[in-house]
Design a protein. Sequence first.
Length: 243
Amino acid sequence: MKTVFITCSPKKNLNASAYLVAIQGLFVKGRKVTKKLRHKSDYAGIFEELKDAESVVFCTPLYVDGLPSHVLAFLEEAERFFKENQLRLNLYCIANNGFIEGKQNEPLMQVLENFCVRAGVRWCGGVGIGGGVMLNVTRIIFMVQTAVFIVLNIINGIKNGVFLDMGILSVFLKNVGLLLFFNLGVLFFLIWMGTAINKRMFFGKRYTRVLVPSFIFIPFANVFFILISLFKGGLFRGWLARK
Ligand SMILES: Cc1cc2nc3c(=O)[nH]c(=O)nc-3n(C[C@H](O)[C@H](O)[C@H](O)COP(=O)(O)O)c2cc1C
């Protein structure tokens, strides 16, 4: 069994779609190939992989309540490709959006469902995930916390000879537990969809979100986006990104 994951975020690095593909990949058996869809030059490589695949998973951000325009352009070509090669793939989707409600991905799902009818492939459903930006931030915080945990233990080891301090470990585990909690909805639905992909079954449209109450999410999101706009789109993508 071969599954092709297509990450459709136009962002080069650290995008939420890649994070979600990485999680989904853990629960899918068989051969797995991940391809990026950012430019027209990516089409050939993706089509090559699709030729002998059983399933394809589009992992995409929601843009203006729909699919990003570069994904729509790809789907036009893909429709021709699927028909010409008479491919009968199972198509799944992982959509993520910035607002908290995962249900906002419903129009995007409908577009993909209609595409499947036109292209003659099998629509199998997908997961719509709200609070994608915040979920993506949880994995960045996890990486930072892990690095801090290692550095603190090294310093402690050099100073006191104890390379695994129980106090540092318990703080680390508490923080990781909290980050994991935020991701529980995503994990639950991606494990479930993984079993559907493995059995080549219809999954249906499911919606989830970052597990943070809206009254906490909204002020945090407001502060986050004010800071991001002050840094003209983010520290990494603004100041440090290659132009
Ligand atoms: C041009 C643009 C349009 C967007 N439109 C929406 C939208 O309509 N609704 C929403 O909830 N989020 C919207 N977002 C937020 C993205 O869906 C969100 O940042 C997502 O996590 C990006 O995923 P990625 O990191 O995989 O690219 C938009 C973002 C951009 C840049």
